[in-house]
Design a protein around this ligand. Structure first.
Ligand code: PLP
Length: 506
């Protein structure tokens, strides 16, 4: 027999006509919740739509829409003319699974006890704070670094190739693939690297990864024991220092001067490092290119002491003046260098595509580590990229982007000369996607960054990446993703902040 109609006061939340959520959806949510937590018992009869609408002060149509949805999902049942009932056939597990009212779980900081007992490793990784949701929320705005011109991506070509791949890829390629990566892409990358960066490699040494970040993870997992010393550049790209720390490395920060990593300082360490991480083409964030002498000194030290070297060549495609130095890997005679590249700057960060070139004897160990973590990347996307490179679109895109970025950089430098003259020492960048402006000694880049943020501008302080205090702080200013107009506008907003900081030091 049907039970009594449930008391409508048991509907948890009053309906809010001002909410962005449509009224029918609010009513649906409230009824569903009341059913799941047992306030409306199975078999109880609901009021007729007309009566409920009158009771709640909403239209009958709205009630009918909510009921329809609940009928469709099996929460309600009924017969024409005999009323609407809470379904008697709700499975017990369903009732229990969603029985707790929705609770808002507060965000925890890694230093809190946290919501659950994390492992020691989990807690340590959490503490690395590599992922910053608030930065993502701010979006891409001047002068966020490391972002290419997203609007200049050749979307039409890419989607045409993608459609062709989806239609034409043989079914054998649609199953599980080689964890080392899609064969034609490994081949295309090896050929390009030999030509453009003098990298010595066969396609079998190229492993396709989800960007530099995964390359670091695989390398660190495979070559570092917890407690091993690893040299990083100081200041250093946070993705690298975080990835290496996650594997248990003890980081030894080595200063970067205008020739790059001070190899003699690394050599003088009291402990023997296991690995050294460098970005010799365009060091992040300082923008320094490692001199040939330093490269040779680094390789000599690595060879004599058995240190592994990660070469992060993330920005190598963009060089505006002078001849690019060939890769560090091309000078390595002892197979100590693991070369890492990414398509995050040359194409799009969202693609999550990159590669590492491993010394031949490490390939299998790296591939095993990657297979265990995620098997392999999306084959379709790899196939599109393989065609994109081998059909010449990649080189064409790079040529266009070099011109565009040179123009954007020139616009920023011009705005800086006009608006920031005497406030920051900004030098044109010969490569990469950002320039560095050095602040007067005593000016705190982090403070400027906070004030700039409040004014709607991002300025990345070098000190945020430094382990030891810098003699002179500076700002890394990305320009590639912004039009000259956007750059000028942001430069004008930053000007009074720089001026104020400058006045305070006088
Ligand atoms: C020094 C450095 N290496 C690599 C990357 C690219 O990382 P991923 O390939 O994981 O996107 C960045 C991006 O900002 C970077 O600054």
């Amino acid at each position: 027999m049907a039970k009594h109609a449930p008391d409508l006061a048991l509907l948890a939340a009053p309906l809010d006509p001002a909410s962005e959520t449509p009224l029918y959806r609010q009513l649906y949510d409230a009824l569903r919740h009341a059913i799941l937590v047992g306030r409306f018992a199975p078999g109880s009869r609901l009021p007729a739509t007309r009566a409920l609408a009158a009771e709640l002060g909403i239209s009958r149509n709205t009630v009918a829409q909510a009921f329809d949805q609940l009928f469709a999902e099996g929460y309600l049942e009924g017969r024409v003319g005999s009323g609407t009932y809470v379904s008697r056939a709700l499975p017990d597990e369903l009732l229990q699974a969603d029985a707790a009212p929705t609770e808002i779980v507060p965000r925890h900081e890694p230093s809190d006890d946290g919501p659950r007992a994390l492992s020691k490793r989990g807690r340590e990784t959490w503490g690395l704070q590599m992922y910053a949701p608030h930065d993502l929320l701010r979006g891409i705005r001047p002068f966020v670094t490391g972002v290419p011109a997203l609007d200049a991506f050749p979307m039409e070509t890419w989607t045409r190739l993608a459609a062709r791949c989806w239609r034409g890829l043989p079914s054998a390629d649609l199953g599980y693939g080689d964890p080392a990566g899609y064969g034609p892409l490994r081949k295309a990358i090896a050929a390009r690297l030999r030509d453009a960066r003098a990298v010595r490699c066969e396609p079998e040494q190229v492993i396709i990864v989800g960007g530099t970040q995964q390359a670091i993870d695989i390398i660190a997992h495979t070559l570092i024991n917890p407690g091993d010393t690893v040299c990083i550049e100081d200041p250093c790209y946070l993705g690298a220092s975080a990835g290496l720390t996650k594997a248990g490395a003890r980081l030894a920060p080595i200063a970067v001067d205008n020739e790059g990593l001070r190899v003699a300082d690394a050599r003088a360490l009291p402990v023997q490092p296991r690995l050294v991480f460098v970005a010799p083409s365009y060091q992040y964030p300082t923008g320094v290119t490692m001199s040939l002498a330093r490269r040779l000194a680094l390789l000599d030290w690595a060879r004599r002491s058995g240190v592994w070297v990660i070469e992060d060549d993330y920005d190598c495609e963009f060089r505006y003046t002078g001849r690019p130095l060939a890769s560090l890997q091309s000078l390595d005679t002892d197979r100590r260098v693991i070369y890492v590249g990414t398509f995050s700057k040359s194409l799009l960060p969202a693609l999550r595509l990159g590669f590492l070139v491993a010394p031949a004897d490490l390939v299998d160990a790296f591939v095993a580590a990657r297979a265990v973590s995620d098997r392999h990347l999306n084959t379709l996307e790899q196939a599109v990229l393989a065609d994109f490179i081998s059909e010449g679109h990649f080189d064409q895109h790079l040529r266009r982007m070099r011109t565009l970025y040179a123009e954007r950089q020139a616009a920023l430098i011009e705005a800086a000369e006009h608006l920031w003259s005497g406030l920051i020492d900004i030098q044109p960048g010969h490569a990469g996607l950002h320039v560095v402006g050095r602040l007067e000694p005593g000016i705190d880049g982090k403070r400027i960054a906070r004030q700039a943020d409040a004014a709607g501008v991002t300025s990345v302080p070098l000190s945020a990446f430094a382990v030891r205090p810098l003699r002179r702080d500076g700002l890394a200013l990305g320009y590639a993703a912004y039009t000259p107009r956007e750059l000028r506008k942001a430069a004008a907003r930053l000007a009074p902040i720089l001026e104020q900081a400058h006045l305070a030091t006088e």
